[in-house]
Design a protein around this ligand. Structure first.
Ligand code: NAD
Length: 253
């Protein structure tokens, strides 16, 4: 008998083309889940096919900030006759402009980053939780950040959006607990991904981030993917509304 931790699970992961979303997709596949890998950009799935996962995933083009895109995904789901058990709201936007301080943040950047990083998570839950309620089974994992819990000198809109994800998670957890739909947030510390590559390559930034992390290093996507795996699996069946901080000790200071 298979002892895979996500046996019989069907997951949708947003932002699956890069960094944490890609690593989580790989881990889910290795643990037996079927994965809808969605992203706004094309996904390079060659490695997954080479590893024998060809029939275990489907690539989906989905801009999380678009109401229409979510509705189109529901049509795909219906024609595939699949029930989603796990939603990982992982996709987010972070660029130099989203890292500007409050006074220098333009209204345009505010609207753009909120539409992806906050509204995108709202739309994901709004469209997928009703599917989970039908089956009285679901786990939603919303990827927030350490910056969804504390402030910093970097960015205004990123903090606002990630903070909204933290508390929206708790509201959804309470509202749908009676339908056995669990909703938790994950709070990564500094990670080495495409989102941060340029920033970390600036003189002194990587060193400073290594130093400010008690465990002495920036994290890798797999460090966080294992936490998402736990929340997706039935091992966490009594966990809802919680904040899983995976940050090398950053927030303990
Ligand atoms: N990298 C870090 O240091 C760090 C720290 C804390 C939290 N996080 C969070 O982790 C999550 C994953 O980030 P990452 O570091 O892997 O970044 P990444 O840039 O490597 O991956 C993000 C993915 O999201 C996709 N995406 C962007 N906008 C989208 C949209 N509108 N619709 C659908 N997909 C979209 C991108 O194409 C990309 O594939 C994000 O929620 C991020 O905020 C990252």
């Amino acid at each position: 008998m298979s002892n895979k931790r996500l046996k019989n699970k069907i997951a949708l992961i947003t932002g699956a083309g890069s960094g944490l979303g890609y690593e989580t997709s790989k881990l889910f596949l290795s643990e037996g889940s079927f994965v809808y890998m969605s992203d706004i950009n094309p996904i390079d799935t060659n490695e997954l096919i080479e590893n024998g996962y060809k029939d275990q995933f489907k690539e989906i083009s989905l801009d999380i900030s678009s109401k229409l895109a979510w509705q189109e995904f529901l049509v795909i789901l219906k024609s595939d006759k699949k029930n989603i058990n796990v939603l990982v709201n992982n996709a987010a936007l972070s660029n130099p402009e989203t890292r500007w301080d409050l006074i220098n943040t333009s209204e345009e950047i505010w609207e753009l980053a909120m539409s992806v990083n906050s509204t995108g998570v709202f739309l994901g839950m709004k469209n997928i939780i009703p599917e989970m309620i039908k089956n009285k089974d679901g786990s939603v994992i919303n990827v927030s950040s350490i910056f969804g819990k504390v402030g910093s000198e970097m960015g205004a809109v990123y903090h606002a959006a990630k903070g909204s994800v933290t508390t929206l998670t708790k509201a959804a957890a309470i509202q749908y607990a009676s339908s056995n739909v669990r909703v938790n947030s994950v709070h990564p510390g500094f990670l080495e991904t495409n989102m941060t590559k340029k920033l970390h390559n600036k003189p002194g930034v990587r060193e400073q981030r290594n130093k400010s992390t008690p465990l002495g290093r920036i994290g890798n996507p797999i460090d966080v993917a294992y936490g998402i795996l736990y929340l997706a699996s039935d091992e966490s069946s009594w966990v809802t509304g919680s904040e899983l901080v995976i940050d090398g000790g950053y927030l303990a200071q």
